[in-house]
Design a protein around this ligand. Structure first.
Ligand code: VG1
Ligand code: CO
Length: 543
């Protein structure tokens, strides 16, 4: 076993995006690529010496080998200890929990989340800080700066460590503790929810389908839903993590989880269904005959969270990312609690959660979570839904209809144009920027523009400012269009167009969303010239 210093040079483009560094797997597997970035993490946080980290990933292709490299590099840099999930598997929320529970100096999550996996698909690495949350921009900026100055990295030369057996081993003076990937997380869930009540629900014949999409949540969902809560065997489908997620996109939306949505719209639908993404932090919620948009789910959870023991004391406040619909704002207003609007990406919720300003947070991209960890948490959202259904005795459809009757409905849709030429996408955003001053008071099919700006966020806790977080056009009738370029893609640019319209006429609460949003969709194209500029007739994905 030998500690070696390997000479290297900066590699261009190692700038973390919305959620860590994501690249094609073959890029990550290229000479020094992973090593440079890991060394830059150590350098960016003031070294690894004497520190304890959590390490885990979503099981995608290269997860196992990357874990061995990171362990050897942590040992070579003098880390005290690494706590790692068995076979290097940890869902993102489970990693966040371990970082907090074991009071570590942070953790590394190997995942590209909802991006597909495999030798020709995507891989990713993310650093989380000691609060358990994704590193804030100030830290990712330091890591990025370190990638530009790197001249060498330290690594131990050794055989692979056995990560298939629980227990502690020592590598060059560094402890490696292999832990059960599920146990601590399951314990945390049991502390928040009324497992007895949910058990009675299943015992009473309530039926459910959970699609783990061949990703990391499978073992968690099987243990908690089937083994602990007594849901029927077979409730969890696609429950074994596979390196290429069965060849699909582990993205829980009506496109990539279509079979589940079809089932829920059919005569054979169970009472409840859900799906989660590659790393287990997202969720999709469905009831018999109904799909719950993530923005609505956040609002319904905020309105009813007190039904679960962990939230019986009420919520300190709520937070949503800017493109997420304003449905949760209406709940916050009715409850008289704080409501915060942040840029896209979970890292912006950390300060609000740490400061006790928000209890529940959510994003339109199917992420919801609370102050129990510092990441969004797919299975947590599913369990909170189950707890609410068990406590209220209502169906998902009834809960949603009741919610709309009380608060009105925020019709919502997101249209994604994927792999657009970066030059064209950036030029379109520039043209939009140039129009902002002239848009107010102009009339469109969607209505008259009341306000148009590029969103910037001033963090109310640490005062930091984040600019360039999406262009929004708000109409006098409350409708809204948001344009943003994705920060998680690995090919060209992905244009996201977020569309929203508010309706509180009781007779108009049950329309199809795309129909209700038709004028806004047309206006979005009219303002940005999407079809003309991209040459695309329609979005690739509508969620
Ligand atoms: C997307 C989502 C964002 C989410 C991020 C990471 O980012 O829009 O809401 O926080 O993915 O989620 P972007 O920049 O592509 O729009 V995960 O579950 O993929 O880590
Ligand atoms: Co994810």
């Amino acid at each position: 076993m030998e500690r070696i210093k390997v000479n290297t040079a900066p590699i261009e483009g190692q700038k973390p995006g919305t959620s860590g560094l994501r690249k094609k797997t073959h890029v990550f597997m290229g000479p020094h690529y992973l090593e440079n970035f890991i060394q830059a993490i150590w350098n960016g946080i003031g070294g690894a010496e004497g520190k304890t980290f959590v390490l885990g990933g979503d099981g995608r292709y290269f997860n196992d080998r990357a874990a061995q490299v990171i362990l050897r590099m942590a040992a070579a840099s003098g880390a005290r200890k690494v706590i790692i999930g068995k076979n290097a598997l940890l869902s993102t929320p489970a990693a966040s929990n371990l970082i907090r529970k074991r009071q570590t100096d942070g953790g590394i999550i190997m995942s590209a989340s909802h991006n597909p996996g495999g030798p020709d698909e995507d891989f990713g690495v993310k650093f989380n800080t000691p609060n358990g949350g994704p590193a804030p921009e100030e830290v990712t900026n330091r890591i990025f700066e370190a990638t530009k100055e790197i001249t060498s990295y330290d690594i131990i030369e050794t055989q692979d460590i056995d990560l298939s057996a629980l227990g502690t081993t020592v590598l060059a003076g560094m402890e490696i503790e292999v832990v059960d990937s599920v146990a601590d997380y399951a314990e945390l869930m049991e502390s928040l929810f009324d497992f007895g009540k949910i058990r009675s629900l299943f015992a009473g014949g309530f039926t459910m389908r959970f699609d783990a999409m061949h990703a990391v949540t499978g073992p968690y969902a099987t243990e908690i839903l089937e083994n602990s809560l007594g849901a029927a065997k077979g409730t969890v489908i696609n429950g074994t993590p596979s390196p290429d997620f069965g060849g699909g996109h582990p993205d829980p939306n009506p496109i990539w989880a279509k079979p589940l949505v079809d089932l829920m719209m059919s005569a054979d639908a169970p009472d409840f269904a859900a799906a989660s993404d590659g790393d287990g932090d997202r969720n999709m919620i469905l009831g018999r005959g109904v799909y719950v948009t993530p923005s609505d789910s956040l609002a319904v959870l905020a309105a009813n969270a007190h039904l679960a023991p962990g939230y019986a004391r009420g919520l300190a406040g709520v937070a949503r990312s800017m493109p997420t619909s304003g449905a949760v704002d209406l709940v916050a207003k009715a409850k008289g609690i704080g409501c915060y609007e942040t840029p896209t990406g979970w890292k912006f919720f950390g300060n609000l959660l740490d400061a006790g300003k928000a209890t529940l947070c959510g994003e339109e991209s199917a992420g919801t979570g609370s102050d129990h960890v510092r990441e969004k948490d797919g299975l947590w959202a599913v369990l909170l839904w189950l707890n609410m259904l068990a406590e209220s005795g209502k169906s998902v459809k009834e809960m949603l209809a009741d919610h709309w009757r009380t608060y009105g409905r925020n019709y919502y849709s997101r249209h994604d144009y994927e792999a657009v030429d970066s030059g064209i996408a950036n030029a379109m955003m520039d043209v939009l920027r140039g129009q902002l001053a002239d848009l107010p008071s102009q009339a469109f099919p969607a209505g008259t523009v009341a306000m148009a700006d590029e969103f910037a966020y001033d963090d109310p806790v640490d005062g930091s400012r984040s600019e360039g977080q999406g262009i929004r056009v708000v109409f006098e009738n409350g409708s809204r269009i948001v344009y943003r370029l994705s920060g998680t893609g690995t090919v060209g640019a992905t244009l996201r167009v977020y569309l929203e319209a508010y309706e509180d006429d009781p007779a108009k609460l049950d329309a199809d969303a795309e129909t209700a949003l038709a004028d806004i969709i047309a206006t979005a194209d009219q303002i940005a010239g999407i079809r003309e500029r991209t040459g695309r007739e329609a979005p690739d994905v509508k969620t």
